[in-house]
Design a protein around this ligand. Structure first.
Ligand code: 3PY
Ligand code: MG
Length: 259
């Protein structure tokens, strides 16, 4: 139940994660072995869903890495089922309207913050585990604290209301999607453009002012490093499949000289 990523955030410690695009529990456990703080099972862009995510959550629990998931959109089913299987944070893409934030909170946080539906399911050991020993009210309050709802800032509309979004009780942080944000701003992947740089600073500043977790995707190690230096609480550094390709590509290029 306790969420080590949140714990680090509240102790002023940075965290490093990655996307899990392969949907494999074996890969999930290797990411734990590698020492990452969290992974995000990407059900927005990858060809799999709830069942694969569940297997990855199980691996995470064995290997001590915190399991997050990115959902494809905000509906009750997507939010509820992911949380019920034990995902500890939801990354939510493509926000354009405040109503979407309100729905996310409604579905993802228990009363009095939202209206999340309750069932003694996997995330509370089916009602038998220690997490449930002090009764339902203590459980739901704890759950509200430990389960992170993280809208993505990756549209101009979201950027324009970012200060209001981070003020919402139930929003635990913001995840910047640099590719989509730059596309939406009409400056695709022009990450050095002053307009893009200002946008990033604006989101970072809004998070700091509201004491909310700030996270950004970094496609490579240099970018990841500079985002941490810039002050982000977390970077989501590339993805499992990209690292696999990078590693083989580098080695193949070297070995090919001997073929
Ligand atoms: C983006 O860059 O748009 C992302 O969502 C990163 O995954
Ligand atoms: Mg995106």
């Amino acid at each position: 139940m306790s969420n080590p990523v949140m714990k680090k955030f509240f102790s002023n410690k940075r965290t490093i994660g990655t996307f899990l695009n392969y949907g494999s529990p074996a890969v999930a456990e290797t990411l734990g072995i590698a020492g990452l703080d969290y992974f995000i099972v990407d059900t927005e862009h990858s060809p799999f869903g709830l069942n694969e995510t569940l297997q990855c959550v199980r691996s995470a629990q064995i290997y001590g890495i915190t399991p997050f998931a990115r959902i494809p959109g905000i509906d009750r089913e997507n939010v509820l089922k992911m949380l019920d299987i034990g995902v500890q944070g939801l990354i939510v893409p493509g926000i354009r309207h405040m109503e979407e934030i309100d729905l996310l909170i409604e579905f993802g946080k228990y009363t009095p913050i939202g209206k999340r539906g309750f069932c003694p399911t996997r995330c509370c050991d089916y009602g038998y585990g220690a997490v449930f020993s002090n009764g339902i009210q203590s459980y739901t309050a704890e759950c509200n604290q430990q389960t992170m709802l993280i809208p993505q800032c990756e549209t101009v509309e979201c950027l324009d209301m970012i200060e209001d979004i981070v003020q919402k009780e139930g929003v635990d942080g913001i995840f910047i999607g640099p590719f989509d944000l730059s596309l939406d701003m009409g400056i695709p992947a022009q990450f050095e453009d002053i307009r893009f740089r200002n946008a990033i600073e604006r989101v970072l500043h809004a998070c700091k002012a509201a004491h909310k977790w700030s996270c950004i995707f970094a496609p490579d190690r240099n970018t990841a490093q500079s985002r941490l230096v810039q002050g982000f609480d977390s970077v989501t550094y590339t993805a499992d499949l990209n690292r696999l390709v990078d590693a083989f590509k580098t080695d193949v290029e070297i070995l090919k000289q001997f073929t």
